[in-house]
Design a protein. Structure first.
Length: 273
């Protein structure tokens, strides 16, 4: 018996990185998965984004755990497209019990782009996309009438002053991750009447393709102030995606049945400095 047997989890940014890790971790606990990812490049993002092949690999790995999965390509910025995909997946798998709004971008280091356009893209993916995700996922959860759990992925930069550096990427990332906390608190108040819990998770640097790529590594090397964004208190340079997935698995389980409105850092002491 898994702690999430019979549950359906809706996860954005699920083709690779933290999203795939979350899908596998919840599937191990018995959940069926609705996996969404854009699977194409955004012009202001210089590092390689997810592909259709990445999403297919997530499907393969979830199915190897003997769980059902519906995987579709959709942009979290497009409310109508996202709703159509989710409605179709719910018709196939059943009502949603868990929402993980995980999709996000960090376009630091991109060259020759408009700072205003970059700022807009970051905020639209990292904030508007989170709002869209909850809005399209929560109706079936409310209709089911058995509560639920939502986790929004923020960042250590959503609880600190680090990250803003006068650029569209840095300012947009820090601002959007702070704003996700505001959404979480608003959602927690709205959805408590339905016994739906809402929390944020705040990772430090995580070993995923969003961080481990030539563009990001060059940017970190060229910007001395960047060290303040990634230096942890514990002697570990960065976490693994599974470290975040394990925290989320607890947050969405009945072990945390009265935990809501919480900002949970998984940060090796970053915020305690």
């Amino acid at each position: 018996m898994g702690k999430l047997d019979g549950k359906v989890a809706f996860i954005t940014g699920a083709a690779r990185g933290q999203g795939r890790s979350h899908a596998l971790r919840l599937a191990q606990d018995g959940a069926d998965i609705i996996a969404i990812d854009i699977c194409r490049q955004i012009e202001t993002v210089a590092y390689p984004m997810s592909t259709s092949e990445d999403l297919a690999q997530t499907v393969k790995e979830v199915e190897a755990l003997d769980r059902r999965i519906v995987a579709r390509e959709a942009d979290v910025r497009d409310y109508d497209a996202l709703k159509a995909v989710v409605d179709g997946a719910v018709a196939e798998l059943g009502p949603i019990d868990i929402i993980l709004a995980n999709a996000g971008i960090a376009p630091q280091g991109a060259k020759a782009v408009s700072e205003a356009t970059t700022f807009r893209d970051v905020v639209e993916v990292n904030l508007f996309g989170v709002w869209n995700t909850v809005q399209v996922g929560v109706p079936s959860m409310i209709e089911k009438g058995q509560g639920g759990a939502i986790v929004l992925t923020s960042s250590t930069q959503g609880l600190s002053g680090a990250g803003g550096n006068g650029t569209g990427a840095g300012d947009g990332y820090a601002a959007s991750k702070h704003a996700v906390v505001g959404l979480m608190r608003t959602f927690a108040n709205w959805l408590a009447q339905y016994s739906i819990r809402v929390n944020t998770v705040h990772p430090t640097g995580v070993n995923t393709p969003m961080v481990i790529n030539d563009v990001m590594q060059t940017w970190l090397t060229e910007n001395a102030d960047a060290a303040s964004m990634i230096g942890n208190l514990m002697p570990v340079p960065m976490l693994e995606a599974l470290d975040i997935s394990n925290a989320i698995a607890w947050l969405v389980s009945d072990d945390a049945r009265y935990v809501t409105g919480v900002t949970l850092p998984v940060d090796a002491g970053f915020l305690a400095k």
